[in-house]
Write a protein that binds this ligand. Sequence first.
Ligand code: SF4
Length: 405
Amino acid sequence: MLIDRAGNVVTDEFEKLPDDSPIGSGAVLLSGARFLAEASDSGPIGVLWPNDRDVSALAPFLERLPVIALHFPKFRDGRAYSQARQLRERYNYRGELRATGEVLQDQFQFMLRAGFDTFEISKPGEAAAFAKAGRRYSVTYQQTGDGGIPAAQMRRLRRIGQGAISVGERTASFAADLGKTLSAESPAKIIAEAVRVIPKGRLAVVSSFGIESAVLLKLVADTDRSIPVLFIDTGWLFEKTLAYRDALVAHFGLADVRTIGPSADRIAAADPAYDLWAHNPDACCGLRKVEPLAEALLPFSAWITGRKRYQGGHRSSLSVVEIDGPRLKFNPLAHASARTVAAIFRSAGLPQHPLSLMHYTSVGCVPCTTKTAAGEPVRAGRWRGTRRTECGIHLGISQTNPRTH
Ligand code: SF4
């Protein structure tokens, strides 16, 4: 089955499962009745919801539902519009909303405005027309169920992206408003909006190519493989991380991955014995991560990170959009659950970091990374035995002076 997602026609990763077929481990869509009767945690499971049943029955399951498909039996029957808006606005549903049945191109924009993300294409011959319809309008003038950014807000965002508005209290509150606008959106939609509003060449992704990084990189690659990806090689990384970086770059066809790090001269001056991590980890992370990233970010107006709230610590109250010095920072996975991340890994068949198979749930530098035990927070193995939980690149990097050495 083909579906239209943000103007791109793609093959659906979910299979519609008849009620009498067994549930396997693949991504499936179950009928509403079957879902309520026997939905399990066995794999990515979405639901085909009838338009004559109250969506409130789905409320207890919304956190773990990756897809809700709403049905339009006839093009004149608009009950699924109301269901979509209820799910988005009343229940704050953040997963994918899909329109199935009599989906007409003429109704496309109404559906987008109501909060739908994807549209089932029942006749393959209509795929090109669907893709065109999905891209026809790019501006909204008032807040709508799809979380689209209204034109006035968009203009302001572009001016920040171009450096035309300096950072201040009003800009921070604007970023907070934008974060609220996008807070219920899917990670893919948030990335698409970042790409749409930040001028080309001014938006970067920062990735550690760690245990969960493949999810963000997949979503970025699905949107635009040419977005620069910054990777910090501290000189202390696991060989397996470097090999994984190369594997993911090839897997996704990423066109502009920039490996950055401290210069040999800086290391010779500040950490000649390579033991700074042991007695001053703040200085070590500053030298190896914060300074090089501050310098590498100079040409950019905004960056995308892969942090999530479930990672805990400073991240537990993460916003979807933040201001970091003169730059915007997008965190499209902020509200994603560990289950969602695992589901994307499975459904997209993403390569796993080799250390994830050896009980590492978060990976950084060799001296500062340990395995985690079952039930520990995902980042418990980082700087174990210290109060340190972050390296510093997310704690106000723009207040850091890029190195001038
Ligand atoms: S994580 Fe450890 S080794 Fe890596 S830069 Fe920070 S203190 Fe140094």
